[in-house]
Design a protein around this ligand. Structure first.
Ligand SMILES: [Zn+2]
Length: 329
């Protein structure tokens, strides 16, 4: 189970702020947690709820043992409520339904926590209903609103809640998470160089696409230096079927760019930063025969190709030209 110290590793700035607030016992009534998927919004919200309800707190740290802590951990605390979109929006009746339930049940405790997922999908009615509830003097209510798109959250919510922006994870933290989730070191190292968004990583992992793409990129890079006559064949037979969409092509170019960056890292001895961690032998071999200048020229050629993607270039011609440029270096 998490502690504030664990959470500090992924969101140091926000956790520091929350800890200070808890120590002074000055929690706001409403928080708006904004950040992309996988940045820890939900787990921080739950930990804050534990700190709010725990009966055996050690300063700002919930005990994680008491009934309140355990119920929150298992998602069945009677006073911690999750509101999620019903269809495409969060509607007024969803909030009112909860409020009615409270009044029927009688007051078990005066404390309530609402955790609203996709707060950007709240209708005006739902938002007003929540805000009204926060102002009721008899209850001690904490609302934690989560969103991936803060700019789409209603202005009334923005102005009445404390806004906290969850930063994207660092490459190292993201890499750790990928490995913990059962991905291999070789795939995780490349993925963490391409993105630090969970959502995007999941898409790239789908159907083993990233593993196949990685194999083709390595094959092309190897052929460019050892069997250049093979390159156009590999492009036709293996690259084009895998990088059909413009977005896939863009990632493919990023993967070539990362190979060249690895070459640069290898040249200057920074091998612990590699994206293609299992290719050190090939990288060292290629690094011997290229200068830093030629590597950076090749990188410029890839960046140029990336810009051309925006216009509707023919992918095959674009790639043929790029591979020729990289080969000649
Ligand atoms: Zn506790």
């Amino acid at each position: 189970m998490e502690t504030w110290n664990h959470l500090k590793e992924i969101q140091p700035r926000i956790i520091d702020l929350l800890i200070k607030t808890l120590q002074k016992d000055r929690l706001a009534h409403a928080y708006l947690f904004e950040g992309s998927k996988g940045t820890g919004k939900r787990v921080v919200a739950l930990h804050l709820a534990k700190s709010f309800f725990c009966e055996n707190k050690d300063e700002e740290n919930p005990c994680l043992q008491c009934l309140n802590c355990r119920r929150i951990e298992h998602g069945n605390h009677p006073d911690v409520h999750f509101i999620e979109p019903d269809g495409l929006s969060i509607k007024k009746h969803q909030v009112e339904h909860l409020q009615k339930e409270f009044s029927y049940r009688g007051v078990e405790s005066a404390k309530k926590v609402y955790i609203v997922e996709h707060a950007d999908l709240m209708t005006v009615g739902a938002a007003n209903s929540i805000l009204k509830f926060l102002e009721e003097p008899a209850t001690e209510t904490l609302a934690i609103l989560l969103t991936e798109q803060g700019s789409k959250v209603l202005p009334t919510i923005h102005s009445r809640s404390q806004h906290m922006t969850f930063a994207p994870l660092s490459r190292a933290t993201f890499l750790d998470k990928l490995v913990q989730n059962g991905n291999s070191n070789t795939i995780s190292s490349l993925l963490a160089s391409l993105t630090t968004s969970y959502h995007e990583a999941e898409q790239l992992l789908e159907g083993d696409w990233i593993a196949q793409a990685r194999t083709v990129v390595i094959q092309l890079m190897e052929e460019l230096s050892t069997r250049p006559t093979q390159v156009l064949f590999t492009l036709q037979e293996k690259w084009l079927p895998l990088f059909k969409e413009k977005s896939q092509l863009d990632i493919g170019l990023d993967m070539i760019l990362l190979w060249l960056r690895d070459l640069m890292f290898t040249k200057v001895g920074k091998v612990d930063s590699l994206s293609y961690i299992d290719q050190i032998d090939l990288l060292q071999q290629q690094a011997l025969s290229s200068s830093q200048d030629t590597i950076s020229q090749k990188m410029s050629a890839v960046l140029h190709a990336k810009r051309q993607l925006v216009a509707n270039v023919n992918p095959q011609l674009m790639m043929e030209k790029l591979l020729l440029n990289i080969q000649e270096g």
